[in-house]
Design a protein around this ligand. Sequence first.
Ligand SMILES: Cc1cc2nc3c(=O)[nH]c(=O)nc-3n(C[C@H](O)[C@H](O)[C@H](O)COP(=O)(O)O)c2cc1C
Length: 398
Amino acid sequence: MKLFQPYALGSITLRNRFIRAATHEGMADVDGAPQQLLEKLYTRLARGGAGALITGYAGVLPQGRSSFPGMLMMHDDNLLPAYSKLVDVVHREGAPVIMQLAHCGRQTRSAVTGMRTVAPSSLKDGFFTEDMPHELSEGEILDIVEAFASAALRAKKAGFDGVQLHLAHGYLLSEFLSEQSNRRRDRWGGSLENRFRIVSMIMKAISRKAGNYTVLAKINGYDGLNGGMRVFEAVQIASLLEASGCHAVEISSGTIAEGLSIMRGPKLPIDAVLAANFKFASIPQMIKPAMARLLPLLAPASPKPFRGYNLEAARAVKGAVSIPVIVVGGIHTLEDASAAILDGMADVVSMSRPFIIEPSIVKKFQEGSQVSSKCTMCNYCTIMIEQEPLRCWYGRLK
Ligand SMILES: Cc1cc2nc3c(=O)[nH]c(=O)nc-3n(C[C@H](O)[C@H](O)[C@H](O)COP(=O)(O)O)c2cc1C
């Protein structure tokens, strides 16, 4: 079956068409070095048959660190030995491993990171509302370009098979690409070419520093914000990525400010939100039961589609580029995956939550013992990473 045959992304040979999508694990120490817990998880994922693993987002600068604990960092050469060890663990199991590089931009909290938040324009984020971000200067943007390239070089030295630039979900590079968050009038804002400039400079800087190295990108096919990303722009961005030497593009959608739009589900994970989300931390425990009853009333009567919700955007991108297209988002069954590939909507599928509940989901698909993920899309994993390392919470919080 085509789905289980090797497939090339740049110089990387995937073992099959299923990638473990970037998923923040919260398993790094205070310096951002991967801990043993992460080695164990990656061993299980690699043994479980994933075509390749993409790490959780790794910060290229302390300023771009997540407010969630345990984020991987790739800003310092001292981290290299720990990453070499992690890469060896995955390679021993026969899987390629790609590092996702990110800068959180305005989607983090200075109260946690101890550093001011930064963005293309000084506009508050709709969710992380405590901070008014600092508008980056020309010099600061160029420093960020170099930081991405240095992190890519470190990834190459540590043995990662490639890197993925995180251009999605409202983080810094996604903020540059979207007119909603980028209101600049200089060479970094305005036209799409200008908004893309930071990415094209990062691509050039990576090639200058790391030579011929496989670089993937994850972009938003669309978001739900007023004046935000639309599919036609995503198609143009994918073409610009191809022209700048990117080897494959992964299609996602949404921003943190839109709530759970990035990883949707049939129900709001109210208990988890009240237990772990910083916005509810100061609310007295005794009021929380009443809020648990009230909050669902504020939610829309019918949730957004939560199965294959990025497929149409992927199809549009695939029609415009010749590099491989990866699609992520609510693809949780063997049937969804084969339809996405056989119908020509994507070349590869990636999954996040199915691997959280079952690290060996691909092996189960391949052996025919299971055709569907056991994930209920309860999204407790998503909320609880604000407090502790990644795990499946299915049925444990209620
Ligand atoms: C707990 C959790 C952490 C995530 N962390 C990241 C991340 O670090 N980088 C990223 O690009 N996407 C991240 N995502 C989004 C996923 O990669 C994926 O785009 C989304 O969950 C939809 O795919 P799924 O339906 O297969 O879960 C995360 C998702 C979850 C559930």
